[in-house]
Ligand binder design. Structure first.
Ligand code: AR6
Length: 173
């Protein structure tokens, strides 16, 4: 059955009008390139100030900040694994990113949130494998008792968008 609470779309995550967006950050939480850079630029310099007070973040874990100039009220920063060939617990660490981000959202009473494709840019995680993990974790989470009403997967490129759609359709079968 198609879960109406999951939406796959193409676009920029900084524009999303949701309670929280997820950032694919690095362990310093002090900004970087890719989606992390875009989020810091759009949120403004106060975000970095708050991030500085958090003392970094381990791979697989997640931390919450305000959204500042973003339409989103909160940002959940998570650190995906760097792909090293698949024998370094990368799958489990990526799954933890989704699980821990969702746990924070639930604890905050958040009802709408948007994920980027964590680890599949600079960190090199194979896209097909990563989006299967992302969708699996979100579906498992939504199968439990939750206040979350809508989860967007915001794909930046058309290639990512197609891959997510394909994985989603395969999982419905
Ligand atoms: N909205 C949605 N997705 C985006 C956006 C955007 N505005 N911009 C890029 N993407 P990456 P990672 C996509 O490299 O692999 C940073 O420097 C992008 O096309 O941002 O987890 C951090 O500081 C790709 O599909 O994150 C870390 O050092 C996805 O976001 C490192 O990169 C993730 O690509 C983290 O690497």
């Amino acid at each position: 059955m198609n879960d109406p609470r999951i939406t796959i779309m193409q676009g920029g995550i900084t524009k999303m009008e949701v309670d929280a967006i997820i950032n694919a950050a690095n362990q310093t939480l002090l900004g970087g390139g890719g989606v992390d850079g875009a989020i810091h630029r759009a949120a403004g310099p106060e975000l970095k100030e708050e991030c500085r007070s958090l003392g970094g973040c381990k791979t697989g874990e997640a931390k919450l900040t305000r959204g500042y100039q973003l339409p989103a009220r909160y940002i959940i920063h998570t650190v995906g694994p760097i792909w090293k060939g698949g024998q370094r617990n990368e799958d489990q660490l990526l799954a933890q990113c989704y699980r821990n981000s969702l746990a924070i959202a639930l604890a905050k009473g958040i009802s709408t949130l948007a994920f980027p494709s964590i680890s599949t840019g600079a960190y090199g995680f194979p896209l097909k494998q990563a989006c299967r993990i992302a969708l699996q974790e979100v579906k498992t989470f939504l199968g439990q008792d939750t206040t979350i009403k809508q989860i967007y997967f915001v794909c930046f490129s058309e290639q990512d968008f197609k891959q997510y759609q394909e994985a989603f359709q395969t999982m419905q079968a």
